[in-house]
Design a protein around this ligand. Structure first.
Ligand code: AMP
Length: 206
């Protein structure tokens, strides 16, 4: 099963990705997590990517495509994978088409007013887990115990840029995949569990 999760920042891609990857036993590939891990380790890619990420801009396509290409060639991706946060532009989608085929693109639709509230209240763990201050009141991760932090790109000014980048550069992918007949829209203005029920209904038919 080869799946892409599409949706604006804060649509809940990460939360759904964790559940989908676990339920269908496929690797979860998050380009955002890959960059954050490179930044934490201080690698060359990390230093380069940070300059774009902190401004709410996209990391250039060639860098992202190289990371995904290498990851898809690893043995655990042979039985399928879940892409979270990639592709984010038409050139990235075209590059992905040259690497592999895709069974389903799940597009999580959330109102923009909801998204801003979600992102400003988001607390993230280095293990990739994230929480919202309205429902989670501890400052350490329930899964691994590490301290939670506010992503630099979850600051209000950066959020505005990210949403604009999404509208201009990423949203055209909805039409791109609809035309290929693999797009499935899901209403993301609901709880994580309710959205997951809808996602499962789609993927179980695949
Ligand atoms: P995310 O965790 O998916 O929200 O990604 C965090 C940031 O990493 C994004 O705002 C981008 O700056 C960068 N990033 C992640 N995935 C991509 C991608 N596919 N293309 C370009 N930049 C990306």
């Amino acid at each position: 099963m080869k799946v892409i999760l599409l949706g604006a920042p804060g649509a809940g891609k990460g939360s759904q990705a964790t559940k989908i990857a676990q339920h269908y036993a496929i690797p979860h590939i998050s380009t955002g997590d890959a960059f954050r891990s490179n930044i934490a380790k201080g690698t060359e890619i990390g230093v380069y990517a940070k300059s774009f990420i902190d401004k709410g801009q996209l990391v250039p396509d060639d860098v992202v495509v190289r990371i995904v290409d290498a990851r898809l060639k690893e043995a655990d991706c042979a039985k399928g994978f879940l892409l979270d946060g990639f592709p984010r532009s038409i050139p990235q989608a075209e590059a992905l088409d040259r690497l592999t085929d895709i069974d389903a693109v799940i597009n999580i639709e959330v109102d923009f007013s909801v998204i801003t509230a979600r992102l400003t209240g988001r607390r993230t763990c280095r293990c990739g887990e994230s929480y919202h201050i309205s429902t989670y009141h501890k400052d350490t991760c329930a899964k691994c115990g590490q301290p939670l932090y506010i992503r630099d790109d979850d600051k209000e000014e950066t959020i505005k840029n990210r949403l604009e980048v999404y509208r201009k550069t990423t949203e055209p992918l909805v039409k791109y995949y609809a035309e290929k007949g693999v797009l499935y829209n899901v209403d993301g203005n609901r709880s994580i569990d309710e959205v997951f029920v809808a996602v499962k209904e789609i993927l179980d038919r695949k």
